[in-house]
Design a protein. Sequence first.
Length: 128
Amino acid sequence: MTAHRLVTILIVVSALALACAETTAQVVPITPDALLASPPAGALILDVRTADEYAAGHVPGAVNVPHDQVATRLTELGDDPTRPVVVYCESGRRANRAESVLLEAGFTDVRHLEGDMKAWRASGRVTE
């Protein structure tokens, strides 16, 4: 085998190894207790319910972007795709849709508030 052919094979193998090593970002759950006790540094808390639902009470500090508007309002979430984003809705369905949009847009630290707003209220936690 010639040196040129060996180098070519090594380059192809290396490229394949790098492609296989890439990991796909996934949504990580975060409990309400963990969010309150030790929030991720610089996290954006994203409420993806309707504006009326948000106005009726939301997690303190949360920003409202309804789930069906997340894709068109990504610039409002900032320009750092590594910034932690904690997403919630009423029961989880809309948050899951928004999380998919965030992951597809390149956000790498997406977290889902376990139990969503329904559990937050049921536990008597403070809302704004």
